[in-house]
Unconditional design. Structure first.
Length: 224
């Protein structure tokens, strides 16, 4: 049995997110002396679905792990974690730089999305998750939730400054949901900041809330 198979079976058997330490302890206990700790760490990097650089540095490694924003690991599921948008499109140097920027933006947006999915109360108390990355005729909605009064809430996330297109996008989602479901719906647009022009546009959309986020960096020593 390969290490990838051991990791996959262990994480799947737990039925929850697990830490790197738990994975290492399991391998040390059940497969003592078979692999070095550095090999385990390499697999936790190489087998990540949501790690764009793993596709470059370890192109032949099976991608089945999903790393959450808190550093824990799960078995990747498109239904739960959304479609795989992390595979880089490699080209010449200029195209690679653009691709890397896009990949970084996607990764950050997904990190924010992961955090919100697990901490909806940080947006509004009483919110419960209905689904994420829900595709429909209007596009793909980042997060759909319900509030304490069972009203639908569509949450759209943008990295950095919100653009005019973000207002049009969430307005389209609100309109589509209201028409197809026949139920009241609210929208929440999350972004790093909102220019005054965007705030004016948002005023014209009933039941739309703008929320800005701030990122706090923390640093942990990497022990080999």
């Amino acid at each position: 049995m390969t290490m990838a198979q051991v990791i996959r079976e262990y994480v799947a058997s737990k039925g929850r997110a697990v830490t790197a330490e738990e994975i290492k302890n399991h391998i040390n206990a059940e497969h003592a002396g078979e692999w070095k700790t550095s090999t385990v760490q390499a697999h936790l990097y190489a087998c990540l679905v949501n790690n764009p650089k793993a596709y470059i540095h370890h192109p032949y490694a099976e991608k089945f792990l999903y790393k959450n924003s808190d550093g824990t690991f799960e078995i990747y599921s498109e239904k739960i974690h959304g479609p795989n948008e992390w595979v880089p499109d490699l080209g010449d140097d200029e195209e690679s730089d653009v691709a890397e920027l896009v990949e970084t933006t996607i990764s950050l947006e997904r990190d924010i999305e992961d955090h919100l999915v697990h901490n909806l109360d940080a947006i509004e108390e009483g919110l419960s998750l209905v689904g994420r990355q829900i595709k429909n005729d209007a596009g793909r909605m980042d997060i759909v939730a319900e509030d304490s009064s069972d009203q639908a809430v569509i949450i759209e996330i943008k990295v950095g400054e919100a653009k005019d297109s973000a207002i049009g996008q969430i307005a389209r989602y609100i309109g589509w949901y209201a028409k197809t479901e026949g139920k009241p719906v609210r929208g929440i647009l999350v972004a790093g900041n909102f220019p005054e022009s965007i705030q004016y546009a948002a005023e014209a959309i009933p039941n739309l809330t703008l929320l800005s986020y701030k990122i706090n960096f923390s640093f942990n020593e990497v022990k080999i």
